[in-house]
Design a protein around this ligand. Structure first.
Ligand code: IYR
Length: 227
């Protein structure tokens, strides 16, 4: 390998290393906290400060990404007019999905979530945040830089975003109206960006309920393999 460190310097990285006991305690605490998170479809009208959205996006923005190209944009709004427009467009798509699309297996899988085409949360949540995936990114000269592992990178960023919101006592939903190209136009994003997930963000409503779902046991999520 050619040594190009004069072009791209490396820096020492010495993160604090907790004792094993401490590390496991912290891992346990972190998991327990994440385990309290639920996806929410009923939001409180209480306002959420813009700083909370900024902090969650800063957390998302720490995600690893292909070639460190960071191929995401988070577009956020608390504007009631824009929220209403998003709701109207999403409900239109969802009406088609629930009533016209022939996908019996998919529809059956959603039964226990009791979802339908009504998306009140798109107006009642304090904020709507759309994660956009940049298939390519315009360079200052107008040419396009291709991005790598875009889905993986943006997915990881969204996971960190969700965790950061939860840490602040905020709730969200990974909403993906299908198709959702209308979000590119409503949020004024360029054609190089594809809407990836639409997140309503707010505090859960006082009378919020969530479906009685369980996480699969560790033994189904992790297999330890050795020779
Ligand atoms: N986008 C629709 C349908 C939907 C699909 C999945 I997969 C879900 O986990 C939940 C809903 C809707 O939002 O209603």
């Amino acid at each position: 390998m050619p040594d190009r460190r004069h072009e791209h310097p490396f820096l020492p990285y010495r993160p604090a290393r907790p004792s094993t006991d401490d590390a496991l305690r912290r891992g346990e605490d972190f998991y327990r906290r994440l385990d309290e998170r639920r996806s929410v479809r009923w939001f409180s009208p209480d306002p959420v400060p813009q700083r909370a959205i900024e902090l969650a996006v800063q957390a998302a923005n720490t995600a690893p990404s292909g070639a460190h190209f960071q191929p995401w944009t988070f577009a956020a709004t608390d504007d009631p007019v824009l929220k209403r427009q998003v709701r109207a467009a999403a409900e239109e798509e969802e009406r088609r999905f629930y009533h016209e699309r022939d996908a019996p297996e998919w529809h059956a899988a959603l039964g226990r979530l009791e979802t339908d085409e009504h998306k009140e949360f798109l107006e009642s949540a304090a904020w709507l945040v759309v994660a956009f995936a940049q298939k390519s990114t315009p360079r200052p000269d107008g040419s396009l830089r291709k991005n790598y592992y875009v889905n993986e990178s943006v997915g990881i960023a969204c996971g960190l975003f969700i965790a950061a919101l939860h840490e602040m006592g905020l709730a969200t939903l990974t909403h993906t109206p299908n198709p959702m190209a209308f979000l590119t136009e409503l949020f004024g994003r360029p054609a190089t960006e594809r809407p990836y997930i639409l997140f309503p963000v707010g505090y859960p409503a006082d009378d919020c309920e969530v479906p009685d779902l369980r996480r699969k046991p560790l033994a189904e999520a992790l297999v330890v393999v050795r020779t």
